[in-house]
Design a protein around this ligand. Sequence first.
Ligand SMILES: [Zn+2]
Ligand SMILES: [Zn+2]
Length: 215
Amino acid sequence: MAEPITTGEAARMLGLASPAAARRQLSRWGIRPLHRQAGKGGESMWDPDILQAAIDNRAGRGARTDLAKETTMTTTTELEARYVELISPETRAAVQSVVEHTIDAEYGRQDPDGLNGAHILAAAGISMDWHRLWVDVNGDNRHLPSAAVAQLRIMVTAGLEARRCACTADIAPSGHRHVDYQCTGHTEHDVPAVYGLLFCGSCYPVYADAAGIPQ
Ligand SMILES: [Zn+2]
Ligand SMILES: [Zn+2]
């Protein structure tokens, strides 16, 4: 018998993206590990001859559609793109609600319960949208909630960036200054555009005044 191989080696042999994907594929084929390595974090060990036989058998039967699907997710960026695509319009709306609540809080319209609730809804939405693919790739959903929260943070940051006040030192009317090159405030949704640009509550009056917009 050939030397037993680890799940990682089995994944490479099968052309799969991760040990978890290999574990699932092997379990689907009814192949069990020979034994588990001793000690904490000991890996399952597999018989490469049995794997090779299964691979040959699969090739002969042409039953490789599910495997082909998995081998397409070999790069992280492809996988990341798939995760982003899976985020539903409802979840995106929930994320936007977190952005609105965050901006509201900046303007002193504090609603901690609303912000918390929006956070929970949005993170749960991402978890639900991702659940199937996540379990497919990772074998279980243990790390899904923290991944969903991390994704939510990325989306909220992007959402806030999109709402950044347009005021910069370049376009500021004379006499209006910022310590920073660009204003770090966010636009309020009820402030209309001036010259097609959106400004924060404190910059808006200055630009509206310069544009002759009555306030
Ligand atoms: Zn501003
Ligand atoms: Zn300004």
